[in-house]
Design a protein around this ligand. Structure first.
Ligand code: FAD
Length: 566
């Protein structure tokens, strides 16, 4: 075994600037120190974040040989797919959160949680700098440093405003539980304000104009929830202003729900139009003031829309701490932290990144594919025999399922289909390939090999995968020669991460949901809504939240949503 050079830690505590600062310094000459304490031999694993990726990692980590520290500014896991339901009180905020300490407690492992945010990662010295939550402590923020042997970065992303003026100050976001709670209060606030007697009708109309920016799954689901909340509950309580309420959905692209099947997009668009939701596609927001949203159409026409409340849901951006870290590790010009297929951050040692804050480097994948080709072209004739071609293709598809997923190129698709059908027994002439032609075809695939989607599904699968690697790390280190995991590029201790797409939902309101399952199986309507209820109930992290969520749904069916502004 090799132990890290930081085998002896000198921990010095001092109080400075009203806060407690802990410094941990390495002793470079400590190689000679003989560790007697089994504790000190345990590898320190620091996990940043308690979202989908971090929690899934923790839940699946079983090997007792790690000293685990979890650092996150929130001491709970939140079931984000139900956040839009929280905005309108269909589900209560506390029903979708589980204390992280309860998750940790169930594990028979040494895991410590600290409620703080990471403000800097020092990969060279293997240290993480942290600060306690803002405004929580009476004496201001406290800072401390934590050492690691392995660092697991799972801090997610933040809402992306594209630096459009006024968005940060005037729009609501829908990313955290607090955001959903604020939106809920704000909707009711608008209705109460519009009911004040001193306002003109124009002013009431403005206040009751709800604008959703972004036609992705979150924006669409929120618009649908809001429509139901208004039409099923609020209009009964605020009959005087019923006629003045309006909802607008702004989307810069030509259609909403772009990542879904065309049938779903069409259904959603026509449903929204029928319901009177003003769907403005090809409309880009360029400025937001406290009362108006300025948009620019494709034609170049600029117009201003008066509004009362706006929710901004246009995708995700990189957190500042990740951006700073990316500069450190030579990834300054990338959009997200690049990892290899084993989720190791490129340019670092012992740092892993998963979930929304990371992306598997596809360029590297393409380079690997090119290398596999070159290797297969043993006689440099420029063509592959049937056997070689089969090896290359099955190697690529085994290692990079995303290639197959995005295989739009007909020629490649035909070859893969042929391979599958023939179970490897192909006629030479049917498959003989010109390498250059094949490479050119693959480079077209490159642009279609988009990054994995930033979803809970990807994050959770990555967490499970990484925990599995950590569980087997010790055993694999004992036998470093390891088995050959796959052909082509040598030996690896672990198989690379593979994403298994299980399908996706788009709740459209009115007890109707669109479901797109693997194999392009599409279902829209009430039956999919019941499928949605059962999947989301079963995916809850604990029986407690499952019971709470199901009882919230029942309560809503019987009594409607609560409109108290608390
Ligand atoms: P997160 O779950 O965001 O977790 C990040 C964690 O890091 C949090 O605990 C946070 O507090 C912590 N953190 C933040 N900053 C720091 C720091 N500096 N130091 C330490 N810790 C930090 N996906 C689906 O698959 N299906 C859906 O239906 C779906 N619906 C969604 C609905 C909404 C409204 C939203 C916002 C997202 C939805 N998603 C859905 C996407 C899904 O939530 C994300 O892809 C997923 O949360 C990513 O997981 P993560 O662990 O990377 O990040």
């Amino acid at each position: 075994h090799e132990y890290p050079s930081i085998s002896k830690l000198l921990v010095v505590f001092s109080v400075s600037g009203g806060g407690l600062v802990a410094y941990a310094e390495s002793n470079p000459g400590a190689q000679a120190v003989i560790e007697t304490d089994a504790e000190s031999k345990r590898k320190k694993v620091v996990v940043l974040g308690t979202g989908w990726a971090g929690t899934s990692f923790l839940k699946n980590l079983k090997h007792p040989s790690y000293d685990v520290q979890v650092i996150s500014p929130r001491n709970y896991f939140a079931f984000t797919p139900l956040l839009p339901s929280v905005t309108c009180g269909t589900v209560e905020a506390r029903s979708i959160v589980e204390p992280i300490r309860r998750i940790i407690e169930k594990k028979n492992m040494d895991i410590r949680f600290q409620e703080a945010e990471c403000i800097r990662i020092d990969a060279e010295n293997k240290k993480v700098y942290c600060r306690t939550n803002n405004g929580f402590h009476l004496h201001g923020k406290e800072e401390f440093v934590v050492d690691y042997d392995y660092l697991v970065i799972a801090i997610g992303a933040r809402s992306n405003t594209f630096n459009i003026p006024g968005v940060e100050e005037n729009c609501h976001f829908l990313k955290e539980v607090e955001d959903a709670q604020k939106i809920r209060r704000s909707v009711i606030d608008c209705f109460e304000r519009a009911n004040l007697s001193n306002l003109s009708d124009d002013e009431r109309k403005r206040i009751l104009h709800f604008v959703v920016v972004g036609g992705g799954p979150t924006g669409v689901e929120f618009a649908a929830e809001l429509y139901d909340f208004i039409n099923e509950d609020l209009v009964k309580l605020y009959p005087r202003v019923e006629e003045l309420v309006s909802i607008t959905l702004l989307e810069a692209a030509d259609h909403i729900l772009n990542m879904f099947d065309k049938r779903i997009t069409e259904f959603a668009e026509s449903k929204f139009r029928r319901e009177g939701i003003d769907l403005k596609t090809g409309s880009m927001v360029v400025k937001v003031s406290d009362t108006e949203i300025t948009t620019k159409e494709r034609s170049g026409e600029v117009s201003s829309i008066p509004y009362g409340m706006a929710v901004w849901s246009t995708g995700i951006g990189t957190r500042p701490v990740i951006r700073d870290f990316m500069k450190q590790v030579g990834q300054a010009n990338r959009r997200a932290l690049a990892t290899d297929e084993w989720l190791r951050v490129e340019g670092t040692d012992s740092v892993y990144a998963l979930g929304d804050c990371a992306t598997i480097n596809q360029r590297k994948v393409m380079e690997d594919i090119a290398a596999i080709f070159s290797k297969a072209d043993r006689d440099n004739s420029g063509t592959l025999t049937a056997g070689e071609a089969r090896e290359v293709i099955s190697d690529i598809c085994e290692r990079y399922p995303q290639v197959e997923l995005h295989l739009k190129n007909k020629k490649l698709k035909d070859i893969v289909d042929l391979l599958k059908e023939s179970k490897g027994d192909i006629q030479k002439e049917a498959i003989e390939l010109n390498i250059e032609e094949f490479k050119a075809a693959l480079s077209q695939v490159d642009s279609q090999m988009k990054n994995l989607p930033a979803t809970a599904q990807v994050a959770a699968q990555q967490g499970t995968y990484l925990a599995d690697c950590f569980n087997r790390m010790e055993e694999c280190e004992k036998y470093p020669e390891g088995p050959l995991r796959f052909r082509g590029s040598g030996r690896h201790r672990f198989r690379p991460f593979r994403y298994k797409h299980l399908g996706q939902f788009a709740p459209l309101g009115g007890e109707q949901t669109a479901a797109q399952l693997p194999g392009d199986w599409v279902s829209i309507g009430r039956s999919s809504q019941w499928l949605w209820y059962s999947v989301y109930a079963s995916k809850q992290v604990s029986w407690r939240t499952r019971m709470l969520v199901v009882s919230d749904w029942g309560r809503r069916f019987i009594f409607g949503r609560d409109s108290s502004r608390i």
